[in-house]
Write a protein that binds this ligand. Structure first.
Ligand code: 57M
Length: 358
């Protein structure tokens, strides 16, 4: 809104020209989302407490007993702050801004549904896996069809570290894109099991994608760095920055020892939107590098469950996902979290190196 109100004034006052710049508006979006979260956080925590949105804790992770009753569904705060920030600072006539918001809100709605059912259910049982997956596929499907029908958007898959190798997936690109979003959404959800464990790597991934998105929307930079160019996508840099700000603001309260959890409304939406950002800038495979931690957590579950079934009860890890394994080995929670963050920062740097190493 500020963009639409203030840019026209630049014809009389040159100073207002600054509101045209993506860099300025991205920084403003980040700071707005961060400050709003810090201001609203205590009220949001108190509100969730009043609504009795306390977390149920499974008996099998004894170290977590003290977390019982911590307000959950903090993803609602991320969603509100993110929405206000993009309403203020982005160009609201840009279709990619709305599509990205749709993915975030759509996956968030599925998560909210799950969270509400869990709260009503004594044993923390949410909606069935099948219903959750159907909801996720619906949201991802709508987003993918919109992308696929866009004449500026190709169905080529770019291969990291190779200059001119692309694979044209044709119509198969639609189910592939759906898979990317749904897998990312569930992977972030699996990772969200320790204070700040998921939001830290999500912030790193959003930062990395803000750079890729900026380059994708810039004709000169994209041709220099051999990144597929797409007009208008650059505006999503403001959206990425708002996500980083909202993520940092949430971390303020979710840092160990957490005062709030994000719930499925947060984890499903953040994961889904990461998948969408990767698709938008055609860096789908880079997502598995920058989100390497989410991949490792998911693989640990797949391996553990398969081995468990195959051997009739034996385990590879003490418990899956991976963070539970380290917890049960006696590594303190804060140490696991910080080590996971360090790993995700390193993975983010590796992902960025794709831009030059070709
Ligand atoms: C949900 N939810 C957290 C919080 C958060 C297939 C199976 C591996 C699935 C997996 C699973 O259900 N994962 C997804 C993970 C829960 O957090 C809530 O859920 C939201 C995210 N969806 O925002 O609202 C708990 O995590 C802790 N937490 C924090 N800080 C945070 O900032 O400490 C969360 C956020 C919270 C809190 O304790 O209650 C969760 O872990 O439940 N299932 C599992 O992860 C289970 N693993 C398992 O059964 N492994 C088996 C194999 C054979 C499947 C094995 O290895 O033997 C474990 N989950 C738990 N306890 N809680 C089992 C033990």
């Amino acid at each position: 809104m500020l963009y639409h109100l203030l840019v026209p004034l630049s014809s009389d006052w040159i100073f207002f020209n600054v509101f045209r710049y993506l860099s300025f508006r991205s920084l403003a979006a980040l700071i707005t989302a961060l400050l709003l979260s810090i201001l609203l956080g205590p009220r949001c925590i108190a509100w969730l407490r009043r609504l009795k949105c306390g977390q149920y804790i499974h008996e099998d992770v004894s170290g977590h007993a003290s977390k019982a009753g911590t307000p959950t569904m903090g993803g609602l705060m991320i969603l509100c702050v993110f929405a206000v920030s993009i309403l203020l600072w982005s160009d609201l006539t840009n279709r990619y801004v709305w599509q990205t918001f749709f993915v975030f809100a759509g996956f968030g709605a599925v998560g909210l549904w799950d969270d509400m059912v869990k709260l009503r259910n004594q044993k923390n049982r949410g909606i069935s896996g099948r219903r959750k997956m159907a909801g996720q596929i619906c949201v991802a499907g709508i987003a993918m069809v919109q992308l696929y029908l866009n004449p500026d958007y190709g169905s080529q898959l770019t291969i990291p570290f190779f200059k001119e190798v692309t694979i044209d997936l044709g119509l198969f690109y639609v189910p592939f894109g759906i898979f990317v979003m749904v897998a990312a959404s569930n992977a972030v959800n699996l990772t969200d099991g320790l204070d700040g464990l998921a939001i830290g790597p999500v912030i790193v991934a959003c930062l990395v994608f803000s750079i890729f998105i900026y380059i994708t929307g810039n004709a000169r930079l994209s041709s220099y760095l051999l990144v597929p160019y797409m007009q208008g996508v650059g505006e999503v840099t403001v959206v990425c920055a708002a996500l980083v700000g909202a993520g940092l603001g949430f971390l303020w309260f979710n840092a160990y020892p957490a005062q709030i959890f994000m719930g499925d409304v947060g984890s499903l939406s953040l994961g889904g939107v990461l998948g969408y950002l990767a698709l938008l800038c055609k860096q789908e495979l880079v997502l598995s590098v920058v989100g390497g931690l989410f991949v490792a957590e998911t693989l640990s579950v797949i391996l553990q469950v398969s081995y468990f079934r195959w051997t009739g009860g034996k385990r590879i890890f003490r418990m899956a996902p991976l963070h539970h394994h380290f917890e049960l080995k006696g590594v303190p929670e804060s140490k696991i979290i910080i080590r996971f963050w360090i790993t995700s920062i390193l993975l983010g740097l590796v992902a960025l190196s794709v831009l030059k190493l070709r």
